[in-house]
Design a protein around this ligand. Structure first.
Ligand code: ZN
Ligand code: ZN
Length: 373
């Protein structure tokens, strides 16, 4: 697994410090593991990070002694702390915060549980802290939404490999094979293509199951002439890519072909709407309008897309406007999926999904596989 070099990480930390300054924060406690990996190149199942104006304090447990030492060797700016035996992350965070008394310290409100927050504030108060920890939302996620060049290269590489897997697998989606059998072959192919793992449980949804956007792969044998929605992704160097194609096993019916072509058109309409500065809901609207023109508005039951990166679903969301959440305009460096669909309960469904890079002038396809039959 390739890890971002120190100069790339240093630029991410510099952007974070700027974002912290914009919110008048002297320090931020990072407890989201993808955020921690983004800022330090340290991938672990547990950990914490404290970033201040002059500190990058990385806390890990003894299982990660070796990766932690590697990180510090690669990038000496990191100040490592290994958990003492029997001492929790939160107790260690409190100790690490002691020199920051009197500073404005933020925490990730969407990540830290109420129980952990209560413990931290209680322990800090015992040590004489009078200032509360400041709730923040999406500070690091906002940075992650705009991929740096290093990340774009990882995603480009992942998308190219995912496309190769798709081209090899799609002709093998044959009547008589079970959904689970096809899914197993896809997941084995992902490994062979160099992916660390599947980005999520592979979806192979045939016949009436294709009408369920979140169907998994079951023991159902694929029937002759049925639509089959195949949605899968891989993780390469920590970065997720995501692709969906809908195929027909055997002879293609008129209605099946027509729905696939219309969904592909909707995806193209969304693609043409993508550009830095455009509201994500305008991209969603472009796909939705095209389907509505064919009377398929009600059949498109989910959002047009989502951001991709260290997580399979991250900012920005390409969705309808919501009263409780305003998504910022798209920016160059966003990487999003465009995945319109049309679903008909009891009959089947179609989804076509590709990954695109948002640029100043428009967008660039990262995945490349024929969309129609
Ligand atoms: Zn997908
Ligand atoms: Zn997706």
């Amino acid at each position: 697994m390739r890890i971002a070099p120190p100069d790339v990480l240093a630029r991410r930390i510099a952007r974070l410090r700027q974002a912290m300054a914009n919110q008048s924060l002297d320090a931020l406690i990072v407890t989201s593991l993808p955020n921690l990996a983004y800022l330090t190149g340290f991938f672990a199942s547990a950990g914490a990070l404290i970033v201040s104006t002059d500190l990058i304090g990385l806390i890990a447990d003894s299982r990660y002694a070796e990766p932690l030492a590697d990180r510090v060797r690669d990038w000496p700016a990191i100040r490592p702390t290994m958990l003492e035996p029997g001492v929790s992350f939160d107790t260690t965070i409190v100790s690490a915060l002691e020199p920051l008394a009197g500073c404005r310290v933020g925490f990730e409100a969407q990540q830290l549980t109420v129980a952990r927050h209560t413990y931290l504030t209680h322990e800090l108060a015992k040590r004489g802290w009078t200032d509360e920890l400041q709730a923040t939302a999406g500070v690091v996620e906002g940075l992650r939404a705009r991929k740096d060049e290093w990340e774009v290269e990882r995603l480009r590489d992942g998308a190219a490999r995912l496309s190769s897997v798709a081209k090899c697998i799609l002709p093998k989606v044959l009547a008589g094979r079970t959904e689970a059998d096809v899914a197993a072959e896809i997941e084995a192919s992902l490994r062979r293509a160099g992916f660390e793992r599947a980005a999520f449980d592979t979806i192979v949804a045939s016949g009436p199951n294709a009408a369920l956007p979140h169907a998994r792969a079951g023991e159902r044998p694929i029937g002759e002439g049925e639509l089959v929605v195949i949605d899968f992704g891989g993780v390469l160097d920590g970065y997720c890519t995501d692709l969906t194609r809908t195929v027909v096993a055997g002879r293609v019916g008129t209605r099946e072909r027509e729905v696939i072509e219309r969904v592909a058109e909707a995806q193209q309409a969304a693609f043409l709407a993508v550009r830095a500065g455009v509201a994500p809901e305008a991209v969603d609207g472009a796909a939705r309008e095209r389907l509505a023109g064919y009377g398929l508005a009600d059949a498109f039951t989910h959002s047009t897309g989502h951001g991709l990166g260290l997580e399979i679903h991250e900012a920005p969301r390409v969705t309808r406007a919501r009263p409780d959440h305003i998504e910022p305009p798209l920016a160059a460096g966003n990487v999003v999926t465009l995945e319109p669909g049309a679903y008909f309960p009891g009959w089947g469904g179609v989804r076509i999904e590709d990954d695109v890079l948002v640029t100043e002038e428009g967008a660039e396809w990262l995945t490349d596989v024929p969309r129609t039959l």
